[in-house]
Design a protein around this ligand. Structure first.
Ligand code: NDP
Length: 312
């Protein structure tokens, strides 16, 4: 059975930063990449807010750089998905989907978050045929077409603005009479002539022969003037938040009501299980930025190093 001082689960900015710090501290970390190597940033275009890149850098390039940097300092990066853990055991046990079990003195969980869907049967029916949860991945297919984005937060506004650079028209479907997005993002959205915000709208379903041709919408659901109508669109984009990827760990690590890990203390990375640390979006419902994820990956690795040093 293989044993490592530090096992890192996840390969977004948190996982790779943890790997860089752990490797430089001679912990010889093993990184299990997970379902989406490189994480959510591999699905974005230009990142302009990660310090050190005055002209910006594409998400995939940034993640490839982080991966290479982690490898160059000695991290052992492997493909695979963690299917089970035993955090009651000492050392900790992590099982990979190919059946491999790894003993670990410390584990850093940096599994990120996954986009949410409304839960409509039509989202499944039209998956890959007009329904997407990633504008920057799929926007290209909607050049000069009409699309809708669901959500009223920063992500929805960002995606609507991005899609407006490609599509002929973008509807933003918002369930409340206001946007939750930051002021600056709201202003950008309202100022974009291609974006039309549909406040107090909910989506009942989608229609179309061989792909999405429109959405069944309700205006002011539950109000006396409730109105049902169909909106012709070619693409339907979800931007209603994310679910943290905590499922495999729930038996051992505490989560809040929305499923995010709740770290033990102000470090933001220590958990109640000795030797287990959390980093990145999986424990951060608030900031969800590459730089904050990277910072928490750094903290988790430093804490893992201190934990091991104290045990000797
Ligand atoms: P948020 O949770 O902020 O917003 C989710 C949006 O989706 C809300 O408008 C919410 O509506 C709506 N929504 C949720 N569920 C449903 C549903 N079932 N039907 C219809 N609408 C629904 O998520 P974001 O992903 O936008 O942002 C998460 C965090 O990341 C935020 O802190 C944000 O500021 C940050 N962020 C920052 C960016 C930046 O700075 N550039 C870019 C992107 C994100 P309601 O308001 O009614 O609850």
């Amino acid at each position: 059975m293989e044993r490592t001082k530090c096992l890192i689960i996840g390969s977004g900015p948190a996982g790779y930063t943890a790997a860089i710090y752990a490797a430089r501290a001679n912990l010889s970390p093993v990184v299990i990449e997970g379902l989406q190597p490189g994480g959510q940033l591999t699905q974005t275009t230009v990142v302009e807010n990660f310090p050190g890149f005055p002209q910006g850098i594409t998400g995939p390039e940034l993640m490839e750089n982080m991966r290479l940097q982690a490898q160059n300092v000695g991290a052992d990066i492997r493909s695979g998905v963690v299917s089970a853990v035993d955090f009651d055991a000492s050392p900790l046990v992590v099982t990979i989907d190919d059946g491999t079990e790894i003993y670990a003195d410390t584990v850093i969980v940096a599994t990120g978050a996954t986009a949410k869907y409304l839960g409509l049967a039509d989202e499944v029916k039209y998956a890959g045929m007009g329904v997407s949860a990633c504008a920057t991945c799929d926007g290209f297919f909607y050049r000069k077409k009409v699309v809708a984005v669901v959500g009223g937060g920063d992500t929805a506004c960002e995606e609507a603005n991005y899609l407006a650079s490609l599509a002929s028209k973008v509807y933003l479907i918002v369930r409340k009479p206001f946007l939750r997005a930051s002021k600056a993002m709201q202003e950008r959205t309202f100022a974009n002539p291609k974006i039309e915000v549909l406040f107090e709208h909910t989506t009942e379903g989608l229609y179309g022969e061989n792909g999405v041709e429109g959405a069944h919408l309700v205006k002011r659901l539950g109000q006396p003037d409730e109105t049902h109508y169909d909106l012709p669109i070619d693409g339907f984009f979800l931007a209603i938040g994310h679910n943290p990827n905590t499922e495999v760990f729930k038996k051992y690590l505490a989560t809040n009501e929305t499923g995010y890990f709740t770290p033990r203390d102000e470090s933001g990375v220590r958990t109640l299980v000795p030797g287990v640390f959390v980093a990145g979006d999986v424990a951060d419902p608030h900031y969800r930025q590459a730089i904050t994820a990277a910072a928490s990956g750094c903290k988790a690795a430093l804490e893992a190093e201190r934990y091991l040093a104290a045990k000797v």
